[in-house]
Ligand binder design. Sequence first.
Ligand SMILES: [Zn+2]
Length: 166
Amino acid sequence: MDEVKVGGEVVSYCTTCKIMKDHVVVAMDEGTPAKVECLGCGKQHAYRPNPPGTRSKSPRPARRDQPVSRPPAEDLEMRLHGAEERARTYSPKERYAIDDAVRHPTFGVGVVVTLPAKFKMEVDFRGGRKLLVHDKGDGSAEPGLQRRPAVDESAPFQIPDAPGKS
Ligand SMILES: [Zn+2]
């Protein structure tokens, strides 16, 4: 459709002639003609893109910004309410199960909703659903951290990492 502006021509329903007719745009309102003047009878009236009784087919932009899988906010709020007290501080080395509550340093308190893959869990936080790593307790996430040398109980003052001990 050509750009319509004041002084331009547009087809509108004329309330006097009772038919679709060419009109001159008299006034615009945010990109659409607001007032038009009939070229047949010369009368000014509101712009009517369709004859009375027909529905205007203005294309609506499809709204797909709401993820379907997301639970209702009040439901999450309810689950998070009890989660505050039982939440464990999140650590990628800990293992979590569905419905466990975690306290994340960035996202706050959340509830585990799914375990989509090994070492992966999806957690619902107030800010949305996040995919987090968990169950990396075998040390593969941070090599070395878990590998403490066994302490000899019979030597109480022995420093575990002292060089020369074998
Ligand atoms: Zn007319």
